[in-house]
Design a protein around this ligand. Structure first.
Ligand code: ASP
Length: 343
């Protein structure tokens, strides 16, 4: 059974190659993909390519770019069996997390990938990342259903749930990792799918809906010894601020002193939502464990459990864009919407 795949190129390192005459990096033409990689013809997939204009370095990505990308996928949704999004690595985890929240009733694979070395450079990691991402996006079971019908991120031999990933290295070819959730697939000689870890929709025939409103009234406050009341109060009184991701220590701990607790308590009293996630890469928040976490719980700080900062920020922007009701937002923060945390 052949699958049809749409590759969407948004920008980033993967889309560059060395000009043989000048030695400089020039854009790679993905529409000539079969000429560049004739071996692709051996996969049971038909490929189309769409390049978003302008292509951008992912450090320039803003929420409106997430909306453009999601709208394109919705528009082409019925024409393809799966989608591969080529994206710069710097903010790939943010975009992929945001899309995971935006899509309602997703039942087809959306696989993000990119590379650390341009695709047109001899030692590139982009070639393997691209070809394997295409294979995964087109993979189906005996009944013809997609093997990975969720938003995922493929990089260097591992397929991860996108909203569990973080860019962990600016140097290593294994640039991404999911510290708190197992890979959805491991790639060696064969691709081994971890079927029990993959999310499946209740029904495959529902139309894909996207919600295209993000509210950027969110900021991240990362704790460090030496943070002052003055700085904290300044951040908490930013105009338009509706929610804060508080990056705490260890299992969700923070200073117990009044200078720290009181400004937070006052801000929560004014209607600010505060979501507690840990600065640690692995593990999550357990606010009842120490006095230093319990105080936060008592003043109404919510647990982000083992969410990444990328998932926490994009989930908040998404929820704030959906409703003005803090009660509703707080309720939805308590439930994993797309498998983004484990309690
Ligand atoms: N700055 C580039 C980007 O994120 C880096 C990369 O693609 O790896 O667009």
């Amino acid at each position: 059974m052949r699958s049809s795949i749409l590759i969407i190129y948004t920008g980033g390192t993967i889309g560059m190659k060395t000009d043989p005459d000048t030695g400089t990096l020039v854009p790679f033409d993905f529409s000539a993909i079969y000429e560049e990689f004739p071996s692709l013809k051996r996969l049971k997939v038909d490929i189309d390519v769409h390049t978003l204009t302008p292509v951008i370095d992912s450090s320039n990505v803003q929420p409106h770019n997430w909306v453009t990308l999601a709208e394109l996928i919705r528009e082409k949704y019925d024409c393809y069996d799966g989608f591969v999004v080529l994206h710069g690595t710097d903010t790939m985890s943010y975009t992929a997390s945001a899309l995971s929240f935006m899509f309602e009733n997703l039942s087809k694979p959306v696989v993000f990938t990119g590379s650390q070395i341009p695709i047109g450079v001899l030692r590139t990691d982009g070639r393997e990342n691209l070809i394997t991402a295409i294979e995964i996006a087109g993979a189906r079971d005996a009944e013809g259903l997609p093997l990975v019908p969720e938003v995922s991120l493929y990089f260097q031999n591992h397929l991860f749930r996108a909203n569990r990933t973080t860019k962990r290295s600016a140097e290593a070819l294994s640039a991404f990792y999911s510290y708190n959730y197992p890979p959805l697939a491991d790639v060696g000689v064969n691709i081994t799918y971890n079927r029990s870890a993959i999310l499946h929709p209740e029904r495959y025939d529902k139309p894909l809906c996207i919600s295209s409103h993000f509210d950027d009234g969110v900021c991240v406050i990362k704790l460090f010894p030496g943070l002052t009341e003055h700085t904290l109060r300044a951040m908490l009184s930013i105009e338009g601020l509706r929610a804060v991701v508080l990056e705490t220590y260890g299992a969700g701990n923070a200073p117990t002193a009044d200078w720290f607790i009181r400004p937070l308590e006052e801000a929560i009293g004014r209607g600010l939502i505060v979501l507690n996630i840990t600065q640690c890469k692995g593990g999550g928040v357990a606010m009842g464990l120490y006095e230093t976490g319990l105080r936060l719980q008592q003043i109404g700080v919510q647990s982000g459990y083992d969410m990444t900062v990328e998932a926490a920020v994009t989930k908040l922007m998404y929820l704030l864009g959906q409703t003005q009701s803090n009660k509703e937002i707080k309720k939805r923060l308590e439930e994993p919407l797309r498998g983004e945390f484990t309690r």
